[in-house]
Design a protein around this ligand. Structure first.
Ligand code: CMC
Length: 428
């Protein structure tokens, strides 16, 4: 028998169904509350609101658990490849060898973008932020693939758009970097792996015989896996809500990139390094910045600290911290900013302000340090996050469409003026 939750309101009792997830998460189904009781729920920033039922990613913020389709992030980051994880997220199961080979082959056959994309790229000033360029270029794919606009195509055709998205994003991302550097674009090499191909398109120059360093490719593989999905976060919710109006996958991903850009979400990785640099230039005075972060009259926040759902620790941050140490060691790099990050973490973790609010380093606290070590410039960090998050966005969009979810359209409590009569301008 379905469990119910009783709501007592205005002398009436309403029985609201209780929904239970496979990990025993519980929710009250309020979908009929307005019809039955004339009430809506109010929850700014959706801090305690489930927007959907999803079988993609499970996370338990209190215990620091993150699993994609049931597999722990620790296992996946240690043992799998990014394309394997992409397949898992999008299609629901880990691929066998044949499935992975054919998925990889299909992706490598679609890495090239139309030559006319270059003319669009040329129109962007060199100072353009690569996230803006990337979002625009992904949206422009609708012009090259107009059939992708039809939301009711067959699943094979939709799968074609999925494959193209995964195949072309690294090309568009690397080209947005090349545009910023005013360097000639590098075409994809389909004989290389996903990460290797991206690194080559980023760093290769016509005058240099470029060899991809396997340490860099392996570190990138891990970072992309760690960012691949994070259930109903700001950008995934954006992708779902845009797609719920039956906008195309490319349009929805483009919107997801825009949502990710902000410093409270994916843009935090860029903001962390900028903050650490600022502290370093300010003679490494950590306590000054801790006090600023605690001061409610100061808008400064400790970037890379805190999370909407993790209130104990972020399991991705644990893996990344170790990876940062390993990568810097393997590449023989000493980055003074890593020392500042470690000291800052130590001081913040022993401070009651941060302890009381459950503020811990998140995935972005150490990721920027690795990107820097890999030679990736600061304003490309969030683009790296977008590359990683792409399979998650696709999986979320696909699930939303396959479940025939209705258009996303929250309600509100209106607080403006009640009805008033129009006053002619001469009388105002
Ligand atoms: N530094 C100082 N104080 C903070 C911080 C911070 N980084 N984060 C939260 N707080 C305080 C906040 O002022 C509030 O204090 P009080 O209760 O006294 O008003 C309390 O902690 C709760 O914060 P909140 O803003 O209500 O929490 P939220 O769940 O709305 O925000 C967050 C989560 C991630 C936006 C926030 O912690 C933050 O701005 N962190 C810095 C930006 C950052 O690193 N973002 C990356 C998140 S991980 C990557 C991703 O998945 O997007």
């Amino acid at each position: 028998m379905t469990k119910k939750v009783e709501l007592h309101y205005d002398g009436n009792i309403y029985n609201l169904p209780l929904i239970e997830g496979s990990e025993n998460e519980k929710a009250i189904d309020i979908s009929n509350l307005r019809k039955d009781a004339g009430l809506i729920t109010l929850d700014k920033g959706f801090k305690n609101t489930g927007s959907t039922e999803s079988s993609i990613t499970f996370l338990d913020g209190e215990s620091g658990i993150l699993r994609y389709r049931g597999y722990s992030i620790e296992d996946l980051a240690e043992n799998s490849t990014f394309l394997e994880v992409a397949f898992l997220l999008i299609y629901g199961d880990l691929p066998n060898i044949e499935e992975l080979t054919s998925f990889t082959k299909e992706i490598s056959e679609h890495t090239l973008v139309h030559e006319d994309v270059k003319s669009i790229l040329d129109g962007f000033p060199s100072k353009s932020h690569p996230m803006g360029v990337l979002s625009s270029l992904v949206s422009s794919l609708t012009a090259f693939y107009p059939k992708s606009l039809d939301p009711n195509r067959s699943s094979e055709e939709i799968n074609g758009t999925i494959i193209r998205s995964i195949a072309k994003l690294p090309t568009l991302a690397a080209w947005s970097f090349k545009n910023r550097m005013r360097q000639p674009v590098v075409y994809p090499d389909n004989n290389l792996g996903y990460c290797e191909n991206f690194i080559r398109m980023m760093f290769s120059l016509p005058t240099v015989n470029y060899e991809v360093n396997p340490i860099i490719a392996s570190a990138l593989n891990k970072l992309l896996i760690l960012h691949a999905d994070h259930e109903q976060n700001c950008s995934a919710s954006t992708v779902r809500i845009v797609g719920s109006s039956h906008a195309s996958l490319y349009a929805s991903i483009s919107a997801g990139i825009a949502a990710l850009w902000g410093p409270l979400h994916g843009g935090a990785n860029q903001a962390v390094i900028e903050m650490l640099e600022q502290i370093r230039e300010d003679s490494g005075d950590i306590s000054k910045y801790i006090e600023k972060a605690k001061d409610k009259n100061d808008s400064f926040r400790l970037m890379g600290f805190g999370h909407r759902v993790y209130k104990n620790f972020d399991p991705r941050a644990k893996i990344i911290k170790k990876a940062a140490d390993d990568v810097l060691g393997q590449l023989g790099i000493e980055d003074p900013v890593l020392d500042i990050a470690m000291k800052l973490e130590q001081v913040a973790l022993s401070d009651d302000y941060f302890k009381d609010r459950g503020l811990y380093p998140n995935v972005d606290f150490y990721s920027g340090i690795i990107y820097r070590a890999l030679g990736i410039p600061t304003d490309m960090f969030t683009v790296m996050f977008a590359l990683g998050r792409l399979p998650g966005w696709i999986a979320q969009w696909k699930e939303m469409r396959e479940n025939h979810e209705p258009i996303g359209r929250p309600r509100q409590i209106y607080t403006g003026p009640t009805e008033r009569s129009y006053v002619m301008i001469k009388d105002r």
